[in-house]
Design a protein around this ligand. Sequence first.
Ligand SMILES: NC(=O)c1ccc[n+]([C@@H]2O[C@H](COP(=O)([O-])OP(=O)(O)OC[C@H]3O[C@@H](n4cnc5c(N)ncnc54)[C@H](OP(=O)(O)O)[C@@H]3O)[C@@H](O)[C@H]2O)c1
Length: 261
Amino acid sequence: MKRHDLPFELPATGLGTWQMRGEDAERGVREAIELGYRLIDTAAAYHNEKAVGAGIRSSGIDPGELIVVTKFPEEDAGRERDVLRTSLDLLGIGQIDLWLIHAPLDAAGSLRIWERFIEAREEGLVRAIGVSNFLPQQVDELIEASGVAPAVNQIAFGPHYYDAVTAPHHAARGIALQAHSPFSENDLAHPVLRTIADKYGCTVRQVLLRWHRAHGIPTVAKSLSRTHLTENLDATGHPLDPADVAALDGLGINPTPGQQA
Ligand SMILES: NC(=O)c1ccc[n+]([C@@H]2O[C@H](COP(=O)([O-])OP(=O)(O)OC[C@H]3O[C@@H](n4cnc5c(N)ncnc54)[C@H](OP(=O)(O)O)[C@@H]3O)[C@@H](O)[C@H]2O)c1
């Protein structure tokens, strides 16, 4: 298996842009960069790459300081190069930092897309390639068939989806796990989450982000509010005690044997 270590570090919190459109997307991206965000996550399927690109330019940031992630819609299989060129044009950049297959097809279908991804990286059109929403078994099938491990798998990974298998599985293969939807894919009203938030005097969303930090898993979170953007970027809060991390791990719908309530 060939490992392709990421040529950059994934920041603890990146900006998600799903459902951001037009002027809102442009302003949201610009404000996030001004506040210190250094990873922007978009996708061809979000239909906002043009606005995201405008936000990046209007922030005035040196593009070399930013990690731009976009995703290839798996239903466009066979049109990889056209879609990539369109993403580059709309974003207005010369190279994508991280290009992801948005979701898996069957093993043969994912492999065909992956081969085009490998070519794009070899040609320097993208700096790193990865996948999204792949299960460990689908990651293994891709590696076995292509000999090339994805640099990243972006998945919904929070206390609600916690299992003790996925993170070590990915780490053993040199794959960085990146969690999307840290808030919308978790039960914000769960009493365990509430109790822990009260203990630390913080919000349930801050507890979730601290849980990700405790596991060393970077996130992409979306916000159009300056206050929320600032709150989500703030890493200075008290780290969670190991017992609280374990209590949140125990909420998983795939809990480790012995952790099930
Ligand atoms: N790879 C994939 O298939 C996939 C799937 C889903 C998502 N993603 C990526 O992950 C990103 C994040 O996921 P998401 O957009 O589903 O949801 P999310 O980031 O989990 O939650 C976003 C929601 O939470 C609110 N929010 C954010 N910070 C807050 C705070 N500090 N206090 C109160 N409310 C807050 C936002 O509203 P305000 O705007 O009002 O703050 C928004 O309604 C997406 O934007 C996308 O980039 C990827």
